[in-house]
Write a protein that binds this ligand. Structure first.
Ligand SMILES: Cc1cc2nc3c(=O)[nH]c(=O)nc-3n(C[C@H](O)[C@H](O)[C@H](O)COP(=O)(O)OP(=O)(O)OC[C@H]3O[C@@H](n4cnc5c(N)ncnc54)[C@H](O)[C@@H]3O)c2cc1C
Length: 436
């Protein structure tokens, strides 16, 4: 490969999100020559950041969970585990324009959108949900069938479908119940969340430094336009062709299909997953909205269906004294909202945020930024455990490490790091240190 840092086997890692960074870090540390190719001019993928004043701010809200064992293990290696600031966080809920705290049994008892019997049922079933799913083949059960049966029609229609459906849109009911069950295991009753000191940029910078310190090469502005396989892997970039002994692609499968050459394309996994994208607006506010970290917004006339306020988690210091609030809507990349221009989204969502919080005035909104991403959540079909694509593209030196592979784990930095560890450790992907 052109930029080979050393003689011996060389691996190209395509994509500089957390999965590619973690894989390249692990390969480089084991003595394998590695070149990471990131198409954009910044590392971090969906967890990336942008300059705001003299700060760096994440485009999309991100937090660490205490159960994020793979990510925390990686942070340990980088000497960053103790940089995670853990904070107890609280959840709110806005239903039909009314704000409700949603944390304790008392909050639930006072939660008037549901009748009293449904509130009690909601509380009891939620407490038992993880246990009720144990030993069942939830991969073969539609989420809607499972939850409607347990919670009843009203709770499903009023609360659960809009709440959990936010991630998958209309298709949420069809996603295997196993996904939700896993998600409850990750988030469960956890109210403590973490945020790295220096933001996610600090983690990305440390990974890059580690890769380079171990002889790896990190290239930005290096979009792979074509991939072909033979004895090795051939990667076409604008104006150059690179070769590697093996490659790990972290691109979402639809994007990989677009760059696979005619020989590779038919060998790629057949599974055709729809993907949900996201549109999200960041509000830099002069005053806090509420003490809640996460607030789903249900049937309240807004285009966004949730708010994440960073102040309870990260404080205001990372945002130059401002209160950072993310408003998000998961949506198909073909939707009208996804195509709408940033200024229009910013204007309309600001008006909707103000309508939802009458105490907030235009003068409190210092800045609004809009970001979107086309491939965030694969919409898993029933029985996906058996259809999950293998990480090795059979008969080729190409390995895959994508969000389509992390199921039934929730897509997160943690699951991507776990996947990177797994791919690097598979026989075809295991590091082969240079002899001598
Ligand atoms: C709104 C939102 C909130 C989230 N909240 C959390 C959270 O709180 N906690 C958490 O852990 N996770 C969260 N996530 C999920 C998390 O960000 C993702 O699961 C994770 O970042 C996926 O990493 P990845 O490396 O697999 O893919 P990606 O981050 O998508 O990385 C793929 C990379 O490949 C690059 N690329 C694409 N095409 C090419 C090409 N042709 N050549 C070279 N490079 C290319 C892209 O630019 C990108 O950098 C959130 C995501 C979103 C969108």
């Amino acid at each position: 490969m052109a930029a080979a840092p050393r003689a011996g086997e060389h691996v190209a890692v395509v994509g500089g999100g957390i999965c590619g960074l973690a894989a390249a870090h692990r390969l480089a540390r084991s003595g394998t020559g590695v070149t990471l190719l990131e198409g954009s001019d910044r590392l971090g993928g969906l967890g990336t950041f942008f300059p705001w004043r003299d700060r760096w701010v994440e485009r999309f809200y991100h937090c660490v969970m205490p159960s994020d064992e793979h990510l925390l293990g990686l942070l340990d290696e980088l000497g960053l585990r103790s940089s995670i600031r853990w904070s107890p966080t609280r959840m709110g809920m806005v239903v039909a324009g009314r704000h409700h705290p949603f944390n304790t049994a008392l909050d639930l008892l006072r939660f008037t959108p549901l009748g009293l019997p449904d509130r009690v049922r909601f509380g009891v079933v939620t407490l038992l949900l993880r246990r009720l799913g144990r030993g069942r083949d939830l991969d073969a059960v539609r989420t809607e069938d499972w939850l409607r049966g347990l919670y009843g029609d009203r709770v499903w229609e009023l609360l659960l479908a809009p709440l959990f459906g936010a991630k998958f849109g209309a298709r949420f009911g069809d996603v295997p119940a196993l996904y939700l069950w896993q998600r409850l295991g990750r988030e469960g009753a956890v109210s403590v969340r973490g945020y790295p000191e220096g933001g996610y940029r600090a983690v990305v910078d440390a990974l890059r430094a580690s890769i380079e310190a171990h002889g790896g090469v990190v290239r930005l502005g290096a979009p792979v336009r074509r991939i072909g396989v033979g004895d090795g892997v051939r990667l076409e970039l604008p104006g150059e062709v690179l070769t590697a002994d093996r490659a790990i692609s972290t691109l979402p499968l639809p994007q990989l299909r677009q760059v696979a050459d005619e020989d590779l394309a038919p060998r790629l996994p057949e599974v055709e997953l729809p993907y949900q994208g996201v549109v999200n607006a960041l509000f830099f506010l002069r005053r806090p909205l509420s003490g809640h970290y996460w607030t789903p917004v249900v049937r309240s006339g807004t285009d966004f269906d949730g708010l994440v306020q960073m102040t309870p988690l990260a404080g205001v210091e990372p945002y130059a004294g401002r209160h950072l609030v993310y408003a998000m809507r998961y949506t198909d990349r073909g939707s009208a909202l996804f195509a709408e221009d940033d200024a229009a989204v910013a204007e309309r969502w600001t008006a909707q945020l103000l309508a939802l919080h009458p105490g907030l005035g235009r003068e409190d909104v210092e800045d609004v930024r809009v970001f979107r991403a086309p491939f965030v959540e694969p919409v898993y079909p029933l029985g996906y455990l058996a259809r999950r694509p293998p990480v090795v593209v059979a008969g080729t030196p190409l390995l895959l490490a994508t969000t389509a592979h992390v199921y039934p784990d929730v897509t997160s930095w943690n699951s991507s790091v776990g996947l990177a560890n797994r791919v690097v450790a598979t026989p075809a992907g295991a590091p082969r240190p240079v002899p001598g």
